[in-house]
Design a protein around this ligand. Structure first.
Ligand code: F6P
Ligand code: MG
Length: 473
C-alpha cells in the first residue's frame, strides 16, 4: 500500500534526518569501532583476533562511505531471509547516496549492514557491539530502579489486599484507573533515555529524567494523552469475563526502558488487566540500545544478583558504588521472583521476529508478515514503545502534524483489527494527531526551531505522545 506522503530524507537539511546522518551516525560507528578494539585487546585466540580486525576494517569502510556521501551498496548475503528485501528496496529507490535517501531506510540499512560484518564471521556471530553501553547505562539508572522496585512491591501487596478487602468496586476502579495511567506514564518516559541520543545527553540528565518528581513535572509535556481510552478497553474485557486477554508490547530499548516495560507488564498481570503479556524484542543489535533476547536475560540476571551487579564500578563515574541496603536488595529480589514467576507460568513471553529489524514500515506489516499481523489482531492491546516504532507506524512521512493518528498509521488503523497504543517520546520530525496550533506554539518556544522550518522541539525526547487507535471498522 502506497503511503500518500513522502518520507523524511537525509537530504532535507532542516530535518533531524540530515543532522543524524552527518553528526550522530559517525559517532555511533566510532563507538562500535572502539568497542571492537577493546574486545580484541582481551582476546588470545589468534583467528578470532584476525577476524576482529576484518570487522574493524568493515566498520571503518562504512563510516568512510557515509561521510563521503557514497552510494549505499547492496548488503552481502549472510543467509538471513531479510537481505533480499533490503537489496530490492535499495534497487527500487535507485541506488541512492547517503545524503539523498529516505531516513528510515538508511538508518535501518546502517544497523543491518553493521550486523552483517559480525554475522558473516565465524567467531563473532553473536557478538553485540552495543552490549557494554546498554549494561553500563542500566547500572547508572540505579536510583530510579530502586525507587520503582520499592513502589512496585508496595503496589502488588496493595492489589492483593484490595482484592481481599472487598472494597467498593467503583472506588477500586477509580484507583486502578489512576494507577494504570501512572504505570503507563512511567513506561512512556522510560523511552526518553535511549542511547542513540546519548551523544547529546549527560548521565546526570538521564538520572534526572527518571525520578518520580520528574514524571509529575513531565505530565504537561504529554501532548496527546489517550491512555484513558486504552484503560477502558482493557477494563471492559476484564469485566466481560473474557478468559484469555493477551497484551503485546513491541519493545524498544534495553536497560531502564525494558525495566519499566516489565514494571508495566507485571502490573497489568497483577491487576488482572491482562492474562498474558508477549514482549517483542529485536533479533539483532539495533539502533544502539534496542532490546535483544540477551538483554532480557542480562536484566533478569542483574536482578537475581543485585548486590553483585551493583558492586561493579560504573565506567562513567570514579566513585566506588555503595552496597545496597537490605531493603533495596529485597525489593529487587521481589521483582525478580514476581517476574520469574510469570515467566515460568507462561504469562510473560518473549517472541522475537525478523520483521522488527527489516526496513519496512508498519504500513507493510499485513503483506510482509501476515502471521505476525494475525497474532497482533488477537491481542487486546498492542503497545508500541518508542520513537522508531512510531516512525514505522507513521511510515516516517512528512505528515501535517494535525493529521489524525488513525489516518497516519494507514493499514494499521481503522478496520485493521489491531488495537494500537503508541507510547513515544519525540526524537524525530514525524508527529501526528496534534491539536491545531500546537506545532506552531512549540516551535515558538526556546530551541523549538522558530521560523527556521525545522521542527526542533520534536528531536530531544522532551515531549511525548500516547496515542490510541481502536482498530475497528
Ligand atoms: O531520532 C533519533 C533517534 O535515535 C532515531 O534514530 C530513532 O528513530 C530513535 O531516535 C531511536 O529512539 P527510540 O529508541 O525511542 O526508538
Ligand atoms: Mg531504540
Amino acid at each position: 500500500i502506497e503511503v500518500p506522503i513522502a518520507p523524511y530524507a537525509t537530504c532535507d537539511r532542516k530535518s533531524f534526518a540530515f543532522t543524524s546522518a552527518r553528526d550522530r551516525w559517525p559517532v555511533i560507528l566510532t563507538g562500535a569501532i572502539d568497542d571492537v578494539h577493546r574486545a580484541i585487546v582481551a582476546i588470545d585466540d589468534e583467528p578470532k583476533r584476525k577476524e576482529g580486525k576484518t570487522i574493524l576494517e568493515g566498520l571503518a569502510k562504512l563510516k568512510y562511505e557515509l561521510q563521503h556521501d557514497r552510494h549505499l551498496t547492496p548488503l552481502v548475503d549472510d543467509g538471513k531471509p531479510d537481505i533480499p528485501s533490503y537489496n530490492k528496496e535499495l534497487e527500487l529507490s535507485g541506488n541512492p547516496k547517503w545524503f539523498n535517501v529516505p531516513w528510515l531506510f538508511a538508518e535501518c540499512y546502517l544497523y543491518r549492514r553493521v550486523h552483517t560484518l559480525f554475522s558473516l564471521s565465524d567467531h563473532w556471530k553473536t557478538y553485540d557491539v552495543f552490549s557494554r553501553q546498554k549494561m553500563s547505562t542500566f547500572r547508572s539508572s540505579r536510583p530510579a530502579v530502586l525507587e520503582l522496585a520499592a513502589k512496585y512491591k508496595e503496589l502488588v501487596s496493595q492489589l492483593e489486599s484490595d482484592v481481599k478487602s472487598a472494597k467498593d468496586p467503583e472506588e477500586l476502579d477509580a484507583a486502578e484507573r489512576i494507577l494504570f495511567l501512572e504505570m503507563c506514564e512511567i513506561c512512556l518516559w522510560g523511552n526518553a533515555t535511549d542511547l542513540s541520543l546519548l551523544t547529546s545527553l549527560t548521565y546526570e540528565d538521564i538520572q534526572k529524567l527518571q525520578g518520580a518528581d520528574a514524571r509529575k513535572e513531565a505530565e504537561k509535556n504529554i501532548l496527546v494523552n489517550d491512555l484513558p481510552a486504552a484503560y477502558k478497553v482493557l477494563k471492559a474485557a476484564q469485566n466481560a469475563g473474557k478468559k484469555d486477554r493477551p497484551v503485546d508490547i513491541i519493545l524498544d530499548n534495553a536497560g531502564f526502558e525494558l525495566f519499566v516495560d516489565l514494571i508495566l507488564a507485571g502490573y497489568l498481570l497483577a491487576a488482572g488487566l491482562a492474562t498474558r503479556i508477549t514482549l517483542h524484542p529485536k533479533t539483532i543489535p539495533w539502533f544502539v540500545s534496542d532490546v535483544i533476547p540477551d538483554d532480557f536475560a542480562a536484566l533478569l540476571g542483574a536482578l537475581a544478583n543485585p548486590q553483585g551487579f551493583y558492586s561493579t564500578p560504573d565506567e562513567h563515574s570514579d566513585q566506588v558504588p555503595e552496597a545496597l541496603s537490605r531493603k533495596e536488595a529485597s525489593d529487587l529480589s521481589f521483582l525478580f521472583q514476581h517476574w520469574a514467576g510469570f515467566h515460568a507460568e507462561g504469562q510473560l513471553l518473549l517472541r522475537p521476529n525478523l520483521f522488527w529489524t527489516s526496513a519496512h514500515s508498519y504500513w507493510q506489516l499485513p503483506q510482509a508478515e501476515p502471521r505476525l499481523y494475525e497474532d497482533l489482531k488477537a491481542s487486546e492491546l498492542v503497545i508500541f514503545k518508542g520513537d522508531l516504532n512510531y516512525r514505522k507506524l507513521t511510515a516516517d512521512a512528512m505528515w501535517e502534524p494535525t493529521t489524525p493518528f488513525t489516518t497516519a498509521i494507514g493499514p494499521m488503523g481503522p478496520a485493521s483489527n489491531v488495537r494500537t497504543l503508541a507510547l513515544r517520546t519525540c526524537k524525530a520530525d514525524t508527529v501526528v494527531g496534534l491539536p491545531g496550533g500546537a506545532d506552531e506554539r512549540l516551535k515558538g518556544m526556546e530551541d523549538g526551531g522558530g521560523d527556521s522550518g525545522a521542527r526542533k522541539w520534536a528531536w530531544s525526547g522532551k515531549w511525548a505522545v500516547a496515542q490510541f487507535c481502536d482498530g475497528k471498522a
